[in-house]
Ligand binder design. Structure first.
Ligand code: SOE
Length: 374
């Protein structure tokens, strides 16, 4: 990264993921002009703790000519408004996922980015792992034979108890929760590693808790509640099971849960071809489990040909590195070195999957996912 980077970032949202973007930008040497949080008082305190300027409003942030890239780390339901306004103000946008609460919102953002001719990215973190890129290469090289089946799950337990609360648990049913929040990652990962579109889905959602408790002072993602607060009815799903038909006859099944005791951030994907299988788990990100008829499944450390960015083989990478890798590729492209990173097209594809899954759950039938660019 150029130490005198011409691009300056501003980060909207200073919660769990906003802090991760700030950490990544600092590692990359991208100057941060300032941050904007939801509530003025706590945001100013948080900005001060991070040693950053706090903007008083989004208009003030957009009017700052020193800001070139907006990192949208706000809640899902503000992305469309914030991102479109940023693009119209001439800023580039790197947004958190899901890009919007409906596919229509995501399509509008994509149009706004194209009209403004600005760079648009969505932080699908898990694409940033070298082993995931190796998995994609394995499929493309034909090492697994003809790809036939994908099995994936994304299981967490940070919402296990009815006292666990987050802005996501208050979303309306149609916005979905487990599917939008973590299913979007699995859908994106499947498209990314297989290179196949997700064409139709059959989904069934379920909920462990119909009522949760909102604490007086809100709750940061992953923080456990203490039981004090106001009860409210929950409309979104804690769990989902989804069958997916992908292009080219590839079948997939996804299992999603945010109430799976003992599973912290257990994202796993396994691919089965006519010659072999390959599995990757987020909690063991350096390992691929490869299977063939000749052998037992064998654990392999990811190939040195897929190093963790600029570190030599043997240096393990984790989530902050994967996020940094996505952001690194975005800024490299901004500086003219075209590198692949997930875009608003990918954000739109994930939202189309989410919309279709919700519709399928409510109708009890298969629903087609509209075609989006691969
Ligand atoms: C909470 O479920 C969350 O922080 C997601 O919002 C992220 O996208 C995922 O990477 C980790 O878990």
């Amino acid at each position: 990264m150029n130490p005198i980077d011409p691009y300056r970032a501003a980060v909207v949202g200073v919660g769990f993921i906003g802090a991760a973007h700030i950490e990544a930008l600092r590692r990359l040497g991208v100057p941060i002009a300032g941050v904007l949080g939801r509530d003025a008082g706590p945001s100013a305190a948080r900005a001060q703790a991070l040693g950053l300027r706090a903007y008083g409003s989004y208009d003030e942030l957009l009017a700052d000519p020193d800001v070139h890239v907006i990192h949208d780390c706000g809640p899902n339901d503000v992305h469309a408004d914030l991102n479109v306004r940023a693009l119209r103000a001439g800023k580039h946008v790197l947004s958190e996922k899901p890009l919007g609460v409906t596919a229509a919102e995501c399509a509008a953002q994509l149009r706004a980015a194209q009209d403004a001719n600005r760079l648009h990215g969505v932080n699908f973190t898990y694409r940033g792992y070298a082993a995931v890129q190796q998995l994609r290469d394995l499929v493309q090289s034909g090492a697994l034979g003809e790809l036939r089946y994908v099995r994936g799950h994304y299981l967490q337990d940070w919402l296990l108890f009815p006292t666990d609360h987050n802005w996501r648990t208050e979303a309306p049913a149609a916005e979905t929760r487990a599917v939008a929040d973590i299913g979007s990652h699995l859908a994106d990962l499947t498209r990314y590693v297989t290179g196949r579109a997700l064409e139709r889905v059959l989904a069934r959602f379920s909920r462990m808790h119909d009522t949760r408790v909102r604490p007086a002072h809100g709750a940061v993602t992953f923080a456990a509640g203490d039981g004090e607060g106001t009860p409210y009815p929950v409309q979104t799903e804690d769990q989902a099971s989804i069958w997916v038909d992908c292009a080219g006859g590839v079948r997939a099944t996804f299992e999603l849960s945010q109430v799976a005791a003992g599973h912290k951030n257990d994202l796993e994907i396994e691919l089965f071809g006519t010659q072999g299988s390959a599995r990757w788990r987020q909690e063991r990100p350096e390992e691929l489990l490869l299977g063939s008829r000749r052998d037992e499944r064998v654990l392999r450390l990811k190939d040195p040909a897929h190093p963790f960015t600029h570190y030599p083989p043997g240096h393990p990478e984790g989530v902050p590195d994967a996020i940094t890798n996505v952001i690194r590729a975005f800024y490299a492209t901004l500086r003219g070195e075209t590198q692949p990173y997930p875009t608003f097209e990918d954000g739109l594809a994930a939202a189309q999957f989410t919309d279709a899954a919700y519709l399928s759950h409510t109708r009890g039938d298969w629903v087609n996912v509209p075609a989006t660019p691969q």
